[in-house]
Design a protein around this ligand. Structure first.
Ligand code: SF4
Ligand code: F3S
Length: 106
């Protein structure tokens, strides 16, 4: 499966959702999650993310490993998103900021 990681938080550019052939992105207030039970590892979303927040489970850096479980949990709870929308107005300011997990809204 592919995994959305920390740098998506408060950036949420949504370029990723347009390319997913199986509609496995789910949208929360300021983050997206991939449903690991739906992802077919097509690889298309990874290069689309301007924030470089998407990783294959196999390439997930150790400090981001907990995002695997978090994606699974949040995908259960949030609705599917398939169309790109405008990012938050301050998305660029947040791009690359460290320790964004504390800002995740559920
Ligand atoms: Fe969707 Fe493919 Fe990305 Fe999986 S790897 S979330 S199937 S676009
Ligand atoms: Fe997030 Fe990147 Fe998609 S910032 S919404 S994973 S394009």
């Amino acid at each position: 499966t592919y995994v959305v990681t920390e740098n998506c938080i408060k950036c949420k550019y949504t370029d990723c959702v347009e390319v997913c052939p199986v509609d496995c992105f789910h949208e929360g207030p300021n983050f997206l999650a991939i449903d690991p039970d739906e992802c077919i590892d097509c690889t298309l979303c990874e290069p689309e993310c301007p924030a470089e927040a998407i990783y294959s489970e196999d390439d997930l850096p150790r400090e981001m490993e907990h995002f695997l479980e978090l994606n699974a949990e949040l995908a259960q709870k949030w609705p599917v998103i398939t169309e790109m929308k405008d990012p938050p107005a301050d998305a660029e300011e947040w791009d690359g900021k460290p320790d964004k997990l504390q800002h995740l809204e559920r």
